[in-house]
Design a protein around this ligand. Structure first.
Ligand SMILES: [Ca+2]
Ligand SMILES: [Ca+2]
Ligand SMILES: [Ca+2]
Length: 378
């Protein structure tokens, strides 16, 4: 009898593994389907985290992810039912920061937030800024025989992908989120910030609106941000991101675990997240022609490699190096005759959409310490 029970147990466990633990396979629509889009805010229009949401109006509808893209993992609901939960999410980024901004709007028929514990209506997010995939919670560690769960918690949990349980809204007096790992600094300002707006009490129905940002790490060290590596964000980068809404509606357990992934275990295995693309600026936020350039000085020389970084169509370039000489090459290499720290260097471009220029004052400094020039330009 005991043996039969254990076989049944094994079969049950195997069944659970296949329904909950299977890896996304090649050809799976979750893997091959189009990526969701992360809106790029212009640098002078990033959201202010203040509970006022007009800063999100510039995000086009094509970026909105709704309840219709989600599955209920708990088995209670076959299809999304907007009478129990209806959400709308916008995600944004801005060039120069490794932050993800979120706008979260949700209708719930029963807002459950009266307990000082994990139980709370929750927006759970998992993010994997370099798409490394793989387990990021202790119980999914690869070597359970060789490493205790607590050691795995300290050495694995939340490091290469991060999980946040965000309370929507938090029970009064409770912190806004549970960061599931030993990196509690992640939920502090300036690594994150948040603001809610709602007008209901525990047990009531209504709409909650919420904006927040998080900072994404390829490696998040428990000791703090100085020991950690922020993700690098750039146009068209694909990242891993997923969320679930755990909807408590007053009963004993939850009344739905609405997941953007088909794989329940996305909460601890980044390979089960969804793909999101950090989009370039929408055309209405870009100039058709924007001159730009960067440079590198060859060490201990007066030779400078200039790189054109103009955005837009260009027919002709003119560089003024600030020493009385010019060039019409796109990416010139120029050797200054005099050492100097006061050169004013300008790139002029023209094309079918007009003209532009980019001037840098005293940025280009050259000094050949082995062979200093007799008449430095300063
Ligand atoms: Ca705002
Ligand atoms: Ca509900
Ligand atoms: Ca609820």
């Amino acid at each position: 009898m005991k043996r039969i029970l254990s076989i049944t147990g094994l079969l049950l466990a195997a069944g659970l593994f296949f329904t909950l633990g299977a890896q996304p396979a090649e050809g799976d629509p979750q893997v091959t389907g189009p990526a969701f889009k992360v809106f790029q805010f212009p640098q002078n229009q990033i959201p202010r985290i203040d509970g006022e949401f007009s800063d999100w109006d510039i995000v086009p509808d094509s970026y909105v992810v709704t309840t219709d893209s989600m599955w209920d993992d708990s088995g209670k609901w076959k299809n999304p039912d907007k009478s129990t939960l209806d959400i709308k999410v916008k995600v944004g980024w801005v060039k120069g920061l490794s932050r993800l901004y979120f706008y979260y709007e949700a209708y719930d028929n029963y807002w459950d937030f009266d307990q000082l514990q994990l139980r709370n209506d929750t927006f759970e997010i998992c993010v994997d800024g370099d798409l490394s995939g793989g387990p990021h919670i202790d119980q999914f560690r690869a070597n359970p025989e060789g490493m205790s769960q607590m050691a795995a918690f300290m050495n694995l949990q939340n490091q290469h992908a991060q999980n946040y349980h965000i309370f929507t809204p938090p029970t009064p007096g409770k912190d806004w989120t549970m960061v599931w790992g030993p990196q509690q600094w992640l939920k502090e300002f300036p690594w994150s910030n948040h603001a809610y707006s709602y007008n209901f009490k525990h047990g009531g129905d209504g709409v909650l609106r919420f904006e927040f940002y998080i900072t994404v790490y390829d490696y998040a060290n428990p000791d703090g941000p100085a020991q950690s590596v922020e993700s690098k964000f750039y146009d068209n980068k694909n990242i891993g991101l997923c969320w679930a809404v755990i909807d408590y509606d007053g009963g004993r357990g939850n009344n739905g675990f609405w997941n953007l992934s088909k794989y329940h275990k996305m909460y601890g295995n980044a390979s089960m997240e969804r793909m999101f693309t950090l989009m370039p600026l929408e055309p209405q936020f870009t100039k058709t022609l924007q001159a730009g350039w960067s440079f590198t000085v060859i060490k201990d020389s007066r030779t400078v490699v200039f790189r054109d970084e103009t955005v837009g169509k260009v027919n002709s370039w003119k560089w003024d190096f600030g020493d009385g000489t010019t060039s019409n090459e796109q990416n010139p290499v120029h050797t200054y005759e005099q050492d100097g720290s006061h050169y004013v260097t300008t790139l002029f471009v023209s094309g079918p959409d007009g003209e532009d220029r980019c001037c840098k004052v005293w940025d280009v400094n050259v000094y050949d310490r082995n062979n200093p020039s007799p008449h430095p330009n300063n």
